[in-house]
Design a protein around this ligand. Structure first.
Ligand code: AMP
Ligand code: MG
Length: 340
C-alpha cells in the first residue's frame, strides 16, 4: 500500500515517518528542484534493488546518491579540489558530480561501477528527508523506465501507486529537467555527461575546460558503452513518433500548418493560435529557455495523453540552457530530425 502525503501535510512528523521507511529499506517518492525522485537507502543494496524493480530499470544503470550537505560526500566518495570548487559554486542545487566511490556504496547502488554520482538537492523537502533518514538516499527519477521524468505528484501516482511505500507531494518541480551530471577524473579531466539547469558554460567558468561526452549530442552507435550508462537507454519517449524540425520559425510554422490533422504540434506559447485544426501543446515562451525546460516533460506527457499519430517539435539550439532541451528532445525523438 502506498501512503500519499499531500503538500499541506508535510509536517515534521510525516517527514520523520518517511525517514523511518527509508532506514528500514522501503521506498519513498520525494520532490526535488529538478524532478521527483524515487528514493531508497543508498547504503542498503537490497533497498536499492527495489528501486530497479519498481521502475523496471536496467540493473547496470547507476543511481544518483543524495546528500544533505556537500561535505557528506566524504562518507561515500573520494572527493578532490574540483569537487569543492563545484560544490561552492552550485551546491545545494541541480548538479550531480561523479567521483570514485567508497566501499560503503554497494554495487546495486552504483550499477556495478566503481564510481558514484553525488548530489546535494536544494529542495527543502528533499533536504529535510535526507536529514530525517540519517542515511544518503539513492534516487533516480520517479518514472517508469523509458517514460518522461515526473514534475508533478499526479504523474507519479499513475506510474508508481502500489509499488512504493510513500509519496510526498511537494507541488510542481521548479527546474523540470534532471540534474546536470559532470564526471571528475583523477587526472583532473572534467566531462559533461548530461546537460541540465547548470550549463556547460557555467561549469567552464568554475573549472576551466570541461569536455562534452559525445552521447549528449549524438545518437550512440549500437553496443556503445557510454560514460553514463543511462544514455544508452531510450528515454523521455512518448508512444507516437516524434520528429524535430530544423529550420527557422517561419518554415517550421508553415510545415506544421500543412501536417496531417492527426499530428500533434509542440509549439511555443506565442504560436498556439496559428494552428486551427491541429492539437497543440505549448512548450513555454520562445525566448525563455528556463520556461521551456520547466515545461518539457509535462508537455511530452500531455502530448502522449492525446494519443496522436505523430508529434512535431522545434529542434533546439545547443548553447546555454538549450543544450539540455536539445539532449532531452533528441532522445525522445530517437534523433529523428527533419531539415526544412
Ligand atoms: P536518473 O536518476 O533517472 O536521472 O538517471 C541517473 C543518470 O545518472 C543515469 O543516466 C545514470 O547513468 C547516471 N549516473 C548515475 N551514476 C553514475 C555514475 N557513477 N557514472 C556515470 N553515470 C552515472
Ligand atoms: Mg530518469
Amino acid at each position: 500500500m502506498t501512503v500519499f502525503i499531500p503538500q499541506n501535510e508535510l509536517s515534521d512528523e510525516n517527514i520523520a515517518a518517511a525517514g523511518e521507511i527509508l532506514r528500514r529499506g522501503g521506498l519513498v517518492v520525494f520532490p526535488t528542484e529538478t524532478v521527483y525522485g524515487l528514493g531508497a537507502n543508498a547504503l542498503d543494496g537490497k533497498a536499492a534493488k527495489k528501486i530497479y524493480a519498481a521502475k523496471g530499470r536496467p540493473s547496470d544503470n547507476p543511481l544518483i546518491v543524495h546528500i544533505a550537505s556537500p561535505k557528506d560526500a566524504e562518507d561515500i566518495a573520494c572527493t578532490n579540489e574540483a569537487y569543492y570548487k563545484l560544490a561552492s559554486a552550485f551546491m545545494p542545487g541541480p548538479l550531480t558530480v561523479i567521483l570514485p566511490k567508497r566501499e560503503v556504496i554497494p554495487s546495486a547502488t552504483s550499477g556495478g561501477l566503481d564510481t558514484v554520482g553525488v548530489r546535494c538537492p536544494s529542495h527543502p523537502v528533499a533536504h529535510r528527508l535526507i536529514l530525517s533518514a540519517g542515511v544518503p538516499i539513492a534516487a533516480p527519477s520517479a518514472n517508469l523506465s523509458g517514460k518522461p521524468s515526473p514534475t508533478k505528484a499526479d504523474h507519479i501516482r499513475a506510474d508508481l501507486e502500489g509499488k512504493v511505500d510513500m509519496i510526498l507531494d511537494g507541488g510542481e518541480a521548479a527546474v523540470g529537467v534532471e540534474s546536470t551530471i559532470v564526471k571528475l577524473d583523477a587526472d583532473g579531466t572534467a566531462t559533461l555527461l548530461r546537460p541540465g539547469g547548470i550549463t556547460h558554460e557555467m561549469l567552464q567558468r568554475v573549472l576551466g575546460r570541461v569536455d562534452i561526452a559525445s552521447a549528449v549530442t549524438e545518437a550512440l552507435p549500437k553496443d556503445a558503452r557510454p560514460l553514463s550508462p543511462g544514455m544508452k537507454y531510450r528515454h523521455y519517449a512518448p508512444r507516437a513518433p516524434l520528429t524535430l524540425l530544423d529550420g527557422d520559425d517561419a518554415r517550421r510554422i508553415a510545415y506544421c500548418q500543412k501536417a496531417p490533422a492527426d499530428t500533434l504540434l509542440l509549439v511555443f506559447d506565442e504560436e498556439t493560435d496559428l494552428f486551427a485544426g491541429h492539437k497543440v501543446v505549448p512548450l513555454g515562451k520562445k525566448a525563455d529557455k528556463q520556461s521551456q525546460l520547466h515545461r518539457l516533460f509535462a508537455a511530452l506527457i500531455e502530448a502522449d495523453a492525446e494519443d496522436p499519430r505523430q508529434i512535431l517539435a522545434p529542434l533546439p539550439a545547443t548553447d546555454g540552457l538549450s543544450l539540455a532541451l536539445y539532449n532531452r528532445l533528441c532522445r525522445a525523438a530517437a534523433h529523428h530530425i527533419k531539415k526544412l
